[in-house]
Design a protein around this ligand. Sequence first.
Ligand SMILES: [Zn+2]
Length: 289
Amino acid sequence: MKSSADLSSPRIAWDHFADPESGLAGKKKLQLRVLVFVAHPDDETIGASSVMSRVADVSVIFLTDGAPHDPCFWSPDAKGTREDYANMRWNEAKAAMALMNISPERILCLGGVDQDAIHGLPVLVPRFVELLRQQQPDIVVTHPYEGGHPDHDTAGLIAHLGAKSLVRGGHKPVAIVEMTSYHLRDSRCVTGEFLATNGASPPELAVELSLEEQEIKKKMIECYRSQRLVLEAYPVKAERFRLAPEYDFSYPPHPGKLWYECLRWPITGERWRQLAVEAVTQCDEAAWA
Ligand SMILES: [Zn+2]
C-alpha cells in the first residue's frame, strides 16, 4: 500500500498523522505505511497499540530479541539457554501481534542483544537502513532519547541515523515519531509521558483508546507473561506521540543520573554516549550504509 497523501517532508507526514479529523485520532483507518521500531518485545504494546490498530499498513521491528546475556536480567519464567529465552519472548510477541492481525511476516528482529544493542551498531545500523530502503515507510515510530533504558535510546539513535542515511542517498525522507517509554524525573520512574526537551517542546498528540482498544491492549499485555511484573505499571487508557526533536547524542538527555544508572545496569550513560558519538561520526563519513 502506498499512501496517496503528499508526505514529502517529516513535518508534513507528522501533520497528516496528528490531524484531529483524518489522523491517528480520527475515525477512519489511517492510510500510511508505518514501521514501529522498538527495543524489546512488549515496548510496541506499551507505547503504540493505537498505531497498530488504527494504521492501515504496519510492520513491527524489534531491535533486540529481549534476552540479555546475563541471566540475572531474565524473567523468573525463563528456562534453558539465552536462545530459549529469546524464543519465549518471540512467541509472546507473535501472540500479541496476532491480536492486532499483524502476521508473523510483518514482525522482524534486527538481531541486537537485550542490554547490549549499543555495542552492535556497526551491524544494526546498516540492517535498519536496508529495511528502510526496502519498505519505504512514511513514518517510523520509536523511543525518545531519555535515559530510561540504554536499548530504548539506541533504537532512537538508529532511527535518526537511518533517516539521515536515506536523505543522503537521495531517497524519500522518513518522519520519526516518538511514543512514550519511561525515564527518571523527581527521583522516580515516569511512564506515559515525554521528558521535556530543551527549548520549545514539540507538539504532542494524545490518543484516547476506546474501551474495545483498551481490552485488546490488556490482552496483548497478558500475552507477555514473562514480563508481567514489569508491565503492571503501564497505563492502558491513552497513548502520546510527538515528532522527534533533533538530538545531540553527545549530551545526556537530562542532568543528573539516568534511570538505568540508578538501577546500576552494566553500561553508564557516559559509555553509551561515547559509542553513540562514534556511530554518528561513522555515519556522517558514510562509512556505513
Ligand atoms: Zn523496552
